[in-house]
Structures are given as structure tokens and as C-alpha cells.
Ligand binder design. Structure first.
Ligand code: MTE
Ligand code: MO
Length: 263
């Protein structure tokens, strides 16, 4: 690794440190943003080398196109005691660890995420079940977050683990409870570093409603609905997902949907 590259990385690694400091609100501060941008460019290059394709943008719409009520689908409330506690507490203790194959694991609170330079996008959501809906999403772009965590060279996919159990579980032949799987999804590094891939916290200018994934859901605008996990509680970088869950990269993929959910 060149010295310049190492310096960029070392400076980059202080980004979250300063973010986590109470009272650090100066995000327009130039070195912060510029270092982050350098990191993102490096990571994008790595992702484009690993996976064919580029970062063409999904269409964006105007305020006039936004649906009055954004439709909700799938889990509308995780319904667990743990989630109910976080909801009652305004998600103040909701912390998303970013780990796995990274040099610098992170822990992101909602305050951390809201302090990062935001992105707002008005986009059309397409569900495989045959409906679409246009909404305005605001959140923290994932690319600079991953750049701060510094993916190891082996990292290829970003796994998102959600707070909602899918179903009630079952009983095995011996009467033992088999717990239900939780929703999870994955994106490759190319999609994860796409500029329209954000950890969204607002829908139409207000904190995400529970039914749309409060407090944090992924928006990856070139993807079908099921590729955008709601209620995200943990992020992991991995080299392969074949040993995770049913091995197909996501809850719906394990039920037979295609892993590639590009539109
Ligand atoms: N955690 C979680 N994420 C999820 C789902 C879900 O059931 N649980 N459903 C998926 C599907 S199929 C769609 S179409 C969208 C629906 O998002 P919405 O409820 O905001 O419309 O979320 C996706 N992400
Ligand atoms: Mo969907």
C-alpha cells in the first residue's frame, strides 16, 4: 500500500471517532467531507473491479409525484418485546453494528446517522407482487459508511439483519420449538456503494413509520422491494452467504426468489 493511500485510510479512520464525540456537529467541515469522498471513490473502484457494472442512477421524481400514503408490505410491525421497547424509547438506544470483514468495526446510533451528510431521493418502489409507489426518502448514504469501516479485500457482500421474525416458528417431531427465521437481505458491494443506496430514516420528510421499517431501512433504488430490508439492526460484510440462513442471500431468496433483484 502506498504511503498516500495509507494516510488517506488513517485519516479516514478518525472520521467516525470524531462523529461519535458529543458536540461534534461540524459536518460541513471540508476535510471530513473530502476525506470521505476520497474513501468512497476508492471503494467504488474496488466494487467495480469485483462486479461488472457501474453506478447508473435510478430515475428520480418530483414532489408532485409523491403518493399521499406510501404503501406498506411484508412485516408491518416486528411485534417482538425487544422492538416494542425500542419503539417506546423513540429508538434512542438503537445501535447498528457494522462488522464482519472490515478493518474498523463501527457502531452507528441514529444520532450518528443523522449527523452524516444526508441524501434525499424521490423514487419509485417496485414490488414483485405487482404494485409501485413513489416516495421521498432521506438517509445516510451507505458508501461513506462502508468506506469508514474499510472492507477487507475478501469482502464481497453486505448482509443486513432485521428485527422482524417471519412467522411464528414451528414444533419439531419431538415437540421442540423451532424459532422462525428473521428477515435478512444482502447486496453486493457494487449495489451497496451505489449513490442511491442509503440507510433511510425519513419518509416524506418525517421519521419512518413503523410499517415502513422504523427506525432504519435500506433504500437501494435500482432494486426490487424485497432487496430493501426494513428494521435493520445489524450490518455485516462477508465473502459469501452460502453458510448464512438458507444460503441464498436473503429471506425471500431462501423461499425461491432470485438473489439478483435489479429492475
Ligand atoms: N425487514 C423486512 N424488510 C422488508 C420486508 C419485510 O417483510 N421485512 N418486505 C420487503 C418487501 S417484499 C417490500 S415490497 C418492501 C415493502 O416496503 P414498505 O413496507 O415500505 O412498502 O420491504 C421489503 N423489506
Ligand atoms: Mo415486495
Amino acid at each position: 500500500m502506498s504511503d498516500t493511500r495509507r494516510n488517506v485510510l488513517v485519516r479516514g479512520s478518525t472520521l467516525l471517532g470524531s462523529l461519535a464525540l458529543a458536540g461534534c456537529t461540524d459536518l460541513s467541515n471540508k476535510p471530513w467531507v473530502q476525506n470521505a469522498l476520497g474513501e468512497v471513490e476508492n471503494l467504488t473502484r474496488v466494487a467495480q473491479r469485483l462486479f461488472a457494472g457501474g453506478h447508473s442512477l435510478a430515475p428520480e421524481y418530483s414532489k408532485a409525484d409523491v403518493a399521499r400514503m406510501f404503501r406498506a408490505n411484508g412485516t408491518l410491525n416486528p411485534g417482538t418485546n425487544d422492538y416494542a421497547m425500542h419503539l417506546a424509547n423513540d429508538f434512542k438506544d438503537w445501535v447498528i453494528p457494522v462488522g464482519g470483514l472490515v478493518e474498523k468495526p463501527l457502531k452507528l446510533s441514529l444520532v450518528d446517522l443523522r449527523r452524516m451528510p444526508p441524501r434525499t431521493q424521490i423514487t419509485r418502489h417496485d414490488c414483485v407482487e405487482g404494485w409501485s409507489c413513489i416516495g421521498e426518502w432521506t438517509g445516510a448514504p451507505l458508501a461513506p459508511i462502508l468506506a469508514m469501516a474499510r472492507p477487507k479485500p475478501e469482502a464481497r457482500y453486505v448482509m443486513f439483519y432485521c428485527a422482524d421474525p417471519m412467522g411464528n416458528g414451528a414444533l419439531d417431531a419431538g415437540g421442540h420449538i423451532i424459532p422462525p427465521p428473521y428477515y435478512y437481505e444482502s447486496l453486493d458491494l457494487l449495489e451497496a456503494t451505489h449513490p442511491q443506496t442509503i440507510l433511510a430514516y425519513d419518509l416524506n420528510g418525517k421519521p419512518l413509520p413503523v410499517e415502513n421499517g422504523a427506525p432504519i431501512r435500506v433504500r437501494a433504488e435500482r432494486q426490487l422491494g424485497y432487496k430493501m430490508p426494513k428494521y435493520v439492526q445489524k450490518i455485516d460484510l462477508v465473502d459469501s452467504f452460502t453458510r448464512i440462513g438458507g444460503g441464498k442471500g436473503g429471506y425471500w431468496e431462501d423461499q425461491g426468489y432470485q438473489w439478483y433483484g435489479g429492475i
